[in-house]
Ligand binder design. Structure first.
Ligand code: PMP
Length: 428
């Protein structure tokens, strides 16, 4: 069934570390051979062996309208003959910035970059430059890309592979990263009090997706907003996953809370390498060339990436019913999975908001990294393979959210639910 993928994996490992260009793709924690993908269309992935899968990764978020979404493909094709990069400003970048501002109205100014990592790294530097303070708070199990300061108690691949500290990140850098458990407002208050006037920023995934999907408890994000206001701390929402996914205005709109700086990635590029950070004018004006907080990029605002992102965001803005449809589909999946899992008598927790959802095989609520890590993640790994065998491609780790795309049909969802029923029979 996976012969060609197996061969490609063997070959890849000769010249690419671990055979992959991003660690979670390697299936290292779930075991087995990573699938080498040949193409994708709509809700489906096709691997090198010609197998077809219902896709719940959506390229880890970007493909919210399904793969090879025609308006995006067409826009890229039409733009490419005009050259793929200039290294000089274009009108399209203004249009992109204006579109982002129209969808997230508290973004006064926005700078485009090429990944979520760059967006978060730049936002943190800016918050430090703006406040003149060094330390910042992040939450255990949240992932903000792989810039050095964020690789402390991080989620995603670091959680999947149980990497607690990262060689190469110096103690000097890591000492300025303070961490708290997600949803523990009292811990944040204590940390802020113990580091009075030293904290530049609090950065959070307003809905976490890098330890599975974890929702903010009632009052948690509001409480953080209050602390930031009282202590002159820059509040950064990392909306790399949630931006343009939970609502046109992302988690800010969904939770009705404004951050001071917001980082974007994934959906914003329509599947091309794009990130962005934006926010309050008085902070954003500190960036070079206006200010001296330096930040730059040879391919930032790249025309092909911009046209893909612009087309994607325009579709989302002009068709807000997409969000309702996605919400209904995800709720349908949630209910279907509930029914099967309840009948199986397996302890489980499903967390969901909008089109982000995940299962933890746990007998306790999953509200932070510790509770996610103490779920039965070995069982999840077995579930992953049982589903894959049945043509359903879930994230290969319990520490990742699933992302629904709007190309999924109710028939796909029904197939996923019955695959879960069969899978549980096989693995329990
Ligand atoms: N922030 C969050 C919340 C993410 O989920 C990710 C990637 N999964 C990043 C930042 C980093 O984005 P990128 O992989 O594009 O560098």
């Amino acid at each position: 069934m996976y012969e060609k993928s197996k061969q490609l994996f063997q070959r890849a490992q000769q010249s690419i570390p671990g055979g992959v260009n991003s660690p979670v793709r390697a299936f290292k924690s779930v075991g087995g051979t990573p699938l080498f993908i040949r193409k994708a269309k709509g809700a489906y992935l096709f691997d090198a062996d010609g197998n077809k899968y219902i896709d719940y990764i959506a390229s880890w978020g970007p493909m919210i309208l399904g793969h090879a979404y025609e308006p995006v493909v067409k826009a890229i094709q039409e733009k490419a003959p005009d050259s793929t990069s200039y290294g000089a400003p274009t009108e399209l970048e203004i249009e992109m910035a204006e579109l982002i501002r129209s969808m997230a109205p508290n973004i006064d100014m926005v700078r485009m970059v090429s990944s979520g990592t760059e967006a978060c790294m730049s936002a943190l530097r800016l918050a430090r430059g703006y406040t003149g303070k060094n330390k910042f708070i992040k939450f255990e199990g949240c992932y903000h890309g792989h810039a050095d300061p964020f690789l402390v108690k991080a989620g995603s691949g670091l959680a999947t592979f149980d990497i607690q500290t990262v060689p190469g990140v110096t103690g000097g850098v890591a000492n300025d990263t303070l961490t708290c458990a997600y949803n523990d407002l009292d811990a944040v208050k204590k940390l802020v009090a113990a580091n009075k006037n030293e904290i530049a920023a609090i950065i959070i995934e307003p809905v976490a997706g890098n330890m599975g999907c974890i929702l903010p408890a009632e009052g948690f994000v509001e409480g953080l907003r209050r602390i930031c206001d009282e202590e002159s701390i820059v509040f950064i929402f990392d909306e790399v996953m949630t931006g343009f996914r939970l609502a046109p205005g992302g988690a800010q709109e969904q939770l009705k809370i404004n951050a001071d700086l917001v980082t974007y990635g994934k959906v914003i590029g329509g599947g091309m390498p794009v990130g962005a950070f934006g926010g309050k004018k008085e902070i954003m004006e500190k960036i070079a060339p206006l200010g001296n907080v330096y930040q730059a990029g040879t391919l930032s605002g790249n025309p092909i990436a911009m046209i893909a992102g612009y087309t994607m965001l325009s579709e989302l803005k002009n068709n807000p019913s997409i969000y309702k449809e996605l919400e209904e589909k995800t709720a349908y999946l949630h209910q279907g999975l509930d029914k099967i899992l309840q009948a199986s008598a397996t302890p489980y927790v499903i967390n969901r908001l909008g089109s982000m959802i995940s299962i933890h095989f746990s007998d306790h609520p999953v509200v932070d990294f510790a509770t996610a890590a103490s779920a039965d993640n070995q069982l999840f790994n077995k579930y992953f393979h049982a589903m894959l065998k049945r043509g359903v491609y879930l994230p290969p780790s319990a520490f990742e959210s699933w992302f629904l795309n709007n190309a999924l049909s109710y028939d796909d969802l029904d197939k996923t639910i019955s695959a879960t029923e069969e899978s549980l029979k096989e693995i329990l």
